[in-house]
Design a protein around this ligand. Structure first.
Ligand code: IMP
Ligand code: MG
Length: 187
């Protein structure tokens, strides 16, 4: 058993590395530089989507050389644990007021895009000065509205991944790299 593998036999073991910790760090540095240049003279408000984005948010915030503010929200999507239903419930709302702010949603992964489109609609209704999205990973098997993804880390094949904040049944968020769950099956 790998040191990473859950003791619970129902939790699949993480497989091969899809994005190494080194490549994550390099890419996050570049994203931070882009945001620093694009928002020069402003103070963007990073909105991290819990829990998956917590590690990305932490590294990205340190890669941005601007006076950023941070807030978090937690959402849960009804339905299958590994497939988004598009029906999203806000479990923890933001503490800060978005009115007049330059808001950047920080997401772990975009699959169907349903969670993101719900979030965008919800946050736009709070009258931010601007609203952009920074997603670490994007599954490349969906037709997404590209105009809503201002910043993205990596396009990845449609495989279920864990690590660097992402989970399967709450496991493996603390892996330093992104790994594939090879045994994942659809119901
Ligand atoms: P969407 O609404 O279909 O875009 O799904 C987005 C959400 O589903 C993400 O914020 C994740 O919480 C979860 N998700 C989608 N794909 C994966 C994956 O490969 N690993 C872990 N979580 C995922
Ligand atoms: Mg998520």
């Amino acid at each position: 058993m790998s040191a990473y593998q859950s003791n619970n036999p129902d939790i699949p073991a993480p497989g091969r590395v899809l994005v190494s910790a080194e490549d994550l760090a390099k890419r996050v540095t570049v994203l931070g530089r882009e945001i620093t240049a694009d928002y020069a003279g402003r103070s963007p408000l990073l909105v991290g989507v819990l829990k998956g984005a917590f590690m990305f948010m932490s590294d990205l915030a340190r890669a941005i050389d601007l006076p950023v503010e941070l807030d978090f929200m937690a959402v849960s999507s009804y339905g299958h644990s590994t497939r988004s239903s598009g029906v999203v419930r806000i479990v923890k709302d933001l503490d800060l007021d978005l009115a007049g702010r330059d808001v950047i949603i920080v997401e772990d992964i975009v699959d169907s895009g349903l969670t993101l489109s719900y979030l965008r609609k919800n946050l736009l209704a709070r009258n931010p000065a601007s609203l952009e999205v920074c997603a670490l990973l994007v599954h490349n098997d969906h037709q997404l509205d590209e105009s809503i993804l201002r910043y993205e880390g990596f396009r990845i094949p449609p495989e279920f991944v864990v690590g660097y904040g992402l989970d399967v049944a709450q496991h493996y968020r603390n892996l330093s790299d992104i790994r594939v769950i090879e045994t994942e099956t659809d119901e």
